[in-house]
Design a protein. Structure first.
Length: 115
């Protein structure tokens, strides 16, 4: 199984980024997908989740109303649209796939919000 994130980069406060995660090597449509992030010196935290068929999403309070998670099961892709970015959104963002006790992680993509 493999998850490959992309789309990170440097953006000014108030800007937007769209993270992408390409999945392969497992039955993507059977897995719930999530985005986590880890800022320097802080614990990893859950940012957003989406169910296997995409019918339900959940967001951490700090990003609710600004971030949107979505998926395309035909393309084995999951996305995180990030709007109104803040300095505190700076972190490495990880894509994860979860089904029962099975969990896969990507290598992460850096998002830096700075003026």
């Amino acid at each position: 199984a493999q998850l490959v994130e992309s789309g990170g980069g440097l953006v000014q406060p108030g800007g937007s980024l769209r993270l992408l995660c390409a999945a392969s090597g497992f039955t993507f449509s059977r897995y719930a997908m999530s985005w986590y992030r880890q800022a320097a010196g802080k614990e990893r935290e859950l940012v957003a989740s989406i169910t296997s068929v995409g019918g339900s999403t959940d967001y951490a309070s700090p990003v609710k109303g600004r971030f949107t998670i979505s998926r395309d099961n035909a393309k084995n892709m999951v996305y995180l649209q990030m709007n109104s970015l803040k300095l505190e959104d700076t972190a490495v963002y990880y894509c994860t796939a979860n089904r029962g006790s099975v969990s896969y992680w990507g290598q992460g993509t850096q998002v830096t919000v700075s003026s």
